[in-house]
Design a protein around this ligand. Structure first.
Ligand code: PLP
Length: 396
């Protein structure tokens, strides 16, 4: 899959090499990120950069432009990159977008929604939390009611794909309600941006947050926020933190034509630029989303033939990550199952829900349907707790 022989332009001359000679990763990362990346993305890190030189800053500006174009076809949007893992970008956005004295409504159904609420508590931002548990979607009528009755709520935040379970939240429907009430709308699209076709203008999102090591298939080290330019401009002076001041970070990046306020993760940024190019080469987000959807359907078909059941109802299940109930068999132990799969080249993910005993499998990253077919065979061969597991599951 994906021949990698070629060259990467590193400005002072192409890095020409036979990428096939680079060692393979010992296993696929079937997790919600960091995930499996290409050898060419990893190879793009083989150069050092000066953070104030044009060579580097032009890469940053190109990334910022591309992110805006991936997020929307409409005009009037801008983007800002932020050091740290994805949570740093969520915290920067919450701490900067909510005005002083403002009030945040968080719609949560899992750990990442809860984390947004936790950020608000740390920053002493007034909070209303609508928690629908871990396996149920949000209640639109209740959101409508909250916004009707509480004019102090300035800002609403929701997670698109709740990576805790793989549940997909109805961000368009919520967006219509939020925009109908003229409030600011923040969407944590961390695990879905680049993996779903969406336009933030359609959604009504003022801030869309993601990070380098999810569906763009870069390596970890920074996050990014695409925002309505006017909304972001109105956030000056709101920030509750110096290093996580999203407005100031953006303003300095604008004024400095791609300069970060503080040391930027140069190698990660260069790898991300390569990852964006590879997203283009693959055919863009629609094609990538199609590949993830196929990965997901191969996964669920194969696993259900082996007797595994999914946690989330099909109509809310994303093609990003899938939760499966652990087998009820008394001889089953996740860690042993995990290790057997790892030996065969596949790393899966433990469950994170409290209401059910689960494990998770990610469908994203540089992973193809053929790899998922191979995973299903590996699962079949790792079902040590079943004396007579089905012989072949993938022959249809
Ligand atoms: C990955 C992820 C984050 C950020 O997690 P980090 O560990 O800080 O990168 C936030 N929200 C969602 C929905 C995620 O999937």
């Amino acid at each position: 899959m994906g021949t990698l022989t070629g060259s990467i332009e590193l400005k002072t001359g192409a890095l020409a090499m036979d990428f096939e000679t680079l060692p393979d990763n010992p296993y696929f990362l079937l997790t919600p990120g960091p995930l499996s990346t290409t050898k060419t993305v990893k190879a793009a890190m083989l150069r050092d950069w000066c953070t104030w030189d044009d060579d580097y800053n032009s890469i940053v500006q190109d990334i910022r432009d591309r992110l805006v174009r991936l997020a929307t076809c409409e005009q009037g949007y801008t983007s800002v990159l932020m050091q740290g893992s994805g949570t740093f970008s969520v915290e920067a956005t919450i701490g900067t977008a909510v005005p002083r004295g403002g009030k945040l409504l968080v719609i949560a159904n899992g750990a990442y929604g809860q984390r947004i609420a936790q950020i608000a508590r740390y920053l002493e931002i007034e909070l209303v939390l609508h928690d629908s548990g871990e396996v149920d979607g949000p209640d639109a009528a209740r959101i409508e009611e909250a916004l009707d009755s509480d004019s102090a709520i300035t800002t609403v935040a929701v997670v698109h794909c709740e990576t805790t379970t793989g549940m997909l939240n109805p961000i368009h429907e919520i967006g219509r309600i939020v925009k109908g009430h003229d409030r600011t709308y923040i969407v944590d699209a961390m695990s879905s941006f680049g993996g779903y076709v969406m336009d933030m203008a359609d959604i009504g999102a003022d801030f869309l947050i993601s990070s380098a090591n999810k569906c763009i298939q870069g390596v970890p080290g920074f996050g990014f926020v695409v925002a309505g330019r006017e909304v972001l401009e109105s956030c000056k002076g709101n920030a509750r933190s110096l290093s996580l001041d999203l407005f100031d970070q953006w303003e300095k990046m604008e004024q400095g034509h791609g300069k970060w306020r503080y040391t930027s993760p140069t190698h990660v940024v260069r790898a991300f630029s390569q990852a964006l190019q590879e997203l283009d080469d693959e055919g863009g987000i629609a094609v990538r989303a199609g590949r993830y959807a196929e990965n997901h359907s191969v996964l669920v078909d194969g696993m259900s033939r082996l007797g595994f059941r999914t946690l989330i109802d099909d109509n809310m299940q994303s093609h990003i990550i899938t939760s499966f109930h652990n087998p009820a068999h008394t001889g089953y132990e996740f860690k042993k199952f995990y290790n057997l799969l790892k030996e065969k080249g596949f790393v899966i993910y433990p469950g994170k829900v409290s209401v059910a005993d689960c494990f998770r499998v990610g469908n994203i990253g540089h992973v193809f349907p053929a790899d998922i077919h191979a995973l299903i065979e590996a699962v079949r061969a790792s079902m040590y707790w079943e004396a007579d597991a089905p012989k072949s599951v993938d022959s249809e």
